[in-house]
Design a protein around this ligand. Structure first.
Ligand SMILES: NC(=O)C1=CN([C@@H]2O[C@H](COP(=O)(O)OP(=O)(O)OC[C@H]3O[C@@H](n4cnc5c(N)ncnc54)[C@H](O)[C@@H]3O)[C@@H](O)[C@H]2O)C=CC1
Ligand SMILES: O=C(O)C(=O)COP(=O)(O)O
Length: 414
């Protein structure tokens, strides 16, 4: 792999520096060590500002979870960075376009914690419908509220799911097992599982649901999606669950809707601003409400999910480092590659301008190098071409390749 862009030197694995932040599961370290990577720094918390910049300044691979903000500016300070692993689903914390333009693919774990989130949400539906957060709080203070008032079975009630993707679908299937009717809204037409029904809009779901649960990514369209108007549209006495991203819900508007009693209860796992670690303080307008179940962004935090994510994302980083494959990268042309035993593999990331491939081929041809395999994928801005040559690639070919105008990065795997 490359030491510096647009370098061309393969580093031995024991010189490749990996920095894992936010308490990524040890399964990631185990896999990296088994694969021969020895320079691994593991930090148990999220870092920001100068601490983050210092921590990743010399890193070739960085692993993060949902809190570390890899902005364009932060990426600029990590000149050796080859790839980023987001050991979670959401990648809104990374400036994906800036990473792409710097030739840095970003990998995530799109499935491994989805069941954990769905199970938590299922439990919260029952807890909210029974008024348990309030009753629990009262008993902790020495009170006693043995009453059926405001307590409902979930059977026969309507669950509204906003964002019917990997998590939303699982929540829907589990809720049907409890006898709930499931309706959902999604910007795409989705195959309804079981007896679920897709409704034409968010408003239609809010009109229909006794419990609304949010499972959308953080995007321009979803930020602030559940605002005062949306909350007013919810049925009186209904409940809201958010285990997606904090900015999807206007927290002040939610506090107001809870105060007025229009919304009977809520379970909130994600917040517009979250503490960086377990030693930092949590503050929210929601702390005053006994009928709100607050959890510290742990929807995906189970042993099963974290162990699987650790292995899954570490394996993607290793595959990119050792083989060049960008399959499943979230911001990058996806190139699937065979093994390259007995061959040199040249990886070339370039700006997607006309004529680059022709130039590459010209240079190889004039240097008399036979191309044994060539793989190319492009998107609107960047291209990624991988060239296998028999034996060891001559230095001259590498010099030519890395010198082609438009090159963002190039490296060779022997
Ligand atoms: N609390 C936690 O610990 C966790 C939170 N998450 C969050 O949950 C989100 C959802 O995860 P998955 O279900 O795996 O994602 P997914 O990508 O499988 O599903 C998201 C769904 O939302 C839909 N969608 C996007 N924009 C929409 C809009 N404006 N209106 C309606 N629907 C829209 C998409 O079409 C898709 O069907 C993640 O992006 C992540 O932010 C994920 C895992 C753990
Ligand atoms: O997977 C996600 O998107 C999550 O929100 C989970 O984030 P975490 O790894 O728990 O910081």
């Amino acid at each position: 792999m490359t030491d510096r862009p647009p370098g061309r030197v393969s580093l031995p694995k024991d010189r490749i520096r990996v920095v894992l932040l936010e308490g990524i599961h040890p399964s990631a370290l185990d896999l990296l060590r088994t694969e021969g990577y020895t320079q691994i720094a593991a930090v148990p918390r999220a870092l920001a500002g100068a601490d983050l910049v210092d921590a990743i300044a010399d890193a070739h691979f960085v692993g993060i979870r949902s809190r570390t903000q890899l902005t364009a500016e932060v990426l600029e300070h990590a000149p050796r960075l080859v790839a980023v692993g987001a050991f979670c689903i959401g990648t809104d914390q990374v400036d994906l376009a800036a990473a792409m333009r710097r030739g840095i693919p970003v990998f995530n774990a799109p499935f491994s914690n989805t069941r954990s989130v769905a199970e938590l949400v299922l439990a919260e539906i029952v807890m909210l419908m029974r008024g348990i957060p309030y009753k629990n709080a009262v008993l902790h203070r020495g009170g006693w509220v043995k009453s059926a008032e405001g307590s409902r079975e979930v059977r026969g009630k309507t669950l509204g799911i906003v964002g019917y993707g990997h998590i939303g679908t699982q929540v829907g299937v589990l809720a049907e097992h409890l006898g709930m009717q499931v309706v959902f809204a999604d910007i795409e037409t989705r195959l309804p599982l079981g007896n679920a029904r897709q409704l034409p809009s968010l408003a239609a779901v809010l009109d229909a649901a006794d419990v609304v649960t949010l499972h959308v990514p953080d995007t321009d369209a979803t930020r602030g999606m559940v605002d005062a108007a949306a909350l007013a549209r919810m049925r009186p006495g209904s409940h809201l669950i958010n285990a997606s991203r904090g900015k999807v819900v206007d927290i002040d508007a939610l506090a107001q809707a809870l105060r007025s009693g229009h919304v009977a209860g809520a379970a909130i796992d994600v917040f517009p601003a979250e503490p960086k670690g377990n030693d930092a303080r949590f503050a929210s307008p929601l702390v005053e409400f006994d009928n709100v179940l607050l959890t510290p962004h742990i929807g995906g935090s189970t042993q099963e999910a974290q162990e699987n994510i650790g292995r899954e994302v570490a394996a993607k980083l290793v595959r990119y480092s050792d083989n060049g494959s960008t399959v499943t990268a979230v911001n990058f042309p996806e190139v699937a590659l065979p093994e390259h035993t007995g061959r040199s593999r040249l990886l070339h990331i370039h700006r997607n301008v006309p004529g680059i491939l022709a130039r590459i081929n010209e240079r190889f041809s004039s240097a008399g190098i036979n191309i044994a395999g060539q793989y190319l994928r492009t998107n609107e801005e960047v291209g990624y071409v991988v060239i296998d040559v028999d034996g060891t690639a001559p230095q001259e070919a590498l010099d030519h390749l890395c010198g082609i105008p438009g090159t963002i990065r190039c490296r060779v795997l022997y």
